[in-house]
Design a protein around this ligand. Structure first.
Ligand SMILES: [Zn+2]
Length: 242
């Protein structure tokens, strides 16, 4: 069984390396996906904020037009003052002028308060746009990293798969199958080292008699009674044929 266990150890090492590559790929992919989604949401929020700022700016333009109209009216009416013929006309025109002046002043107040809102919102928007740009660069960096790493990942998986195929010829197919079944159920780890009578797969104590058999060199595969992984020890008994 010793040779079998040694082959399984090698296979497991290879399998864990393959898993590590797959997990690294997945980590990158999920980070990219999350960031892309986050950026899409942020883009929408920024666009609607920009539209809001634009809306206030167009209000400012409308108010500006009103101020201009009132100014023009005041100017025109003031010129007409010279042509006034009686008190009644004078009173009426003075009232017109003061009304237009009042409207202009109100317009200017409104414009100032709208401009203050524009400044405030545009400031916030700029800050958010900067953050958006930084995040976009981060996404580009990640995407490039994946492009660079993809050939390395592929090569590592292919190399390990080839090596695995060579090595697995050294054990009986049913043993490999057993290992595969356990591995699939146990987070990619099909065999576990026993140290101080403890399974290093589940960290639970194994019965002393199992440990004794393992140390002596078992004739058959020994399994952890708790996690069911194939057990092995670092200093087994005499070498046996598979
Ligand atoms: Zn265990």
């Amino acid at each position: 069984m010793l040779k079998t266990i040694q082959v399984l150890e090698k296979i497991q090492k290879i399998d864990l390396e393959i898993i590590a590559v797959e997990e690294e790929k997945k980590r990158y992919a999920s980070e990219i996906k999350g960031m892309t989604e986050e950026l899409a949401v942020a883009r929408q929020a920024l666009d609607s904020m920009a539209a809001e700022v634009e809306g206030i700016r167009s209000q400012v333009r409308a108010v500006d037009d009103r101020i201009g109209q009132n100014s023009a009216k005041v100017e025109k009416d003031e010129k007409r003052l010279n042509d006034i013929k009686n008190t009644k006309e004078l009173n009426a025109l003075t009232k017109e002028i003061s009304g237009a002046n009042k409207s202009r002043k109100l317009g200017e107040q409104e414009k100032a308060s709208l401009n203050a809102r524009v400044d405030e919102k545009a400031g916030v928007l700029n800050g958010k746009e900067e953050a958006f740009k930084a995040k976009s660069s981060e996404l580009e960096r990640l995407t490039r990293a994946v492009e660079e790493k993809t050939p390395e990942w592929q090569e590592a998986v292919e190399k390990n798969t080839r090596l695995r195929d060579e090595i697995k010829a050294g054990i009986r197919p049913e043993i490999l199958k057993k290992y595969e079944t356990i591995r699939a159920k146990r987070g990619g780890q099909g065999i576990a080292l026993v140290k101080n009578e403890t399974c290093q797969g589940c960290y639970i104590h194994i019965p002393p008699q199992v440990y004794i058999i393992l140390k002596r060199g078992a004739d058959e595969l020994m399994f952890c009674p708790h996690c069911h992984r194939i057990l092995y020890v670092e200093t087994p008994g005499p070498v046996e044929a598979v």
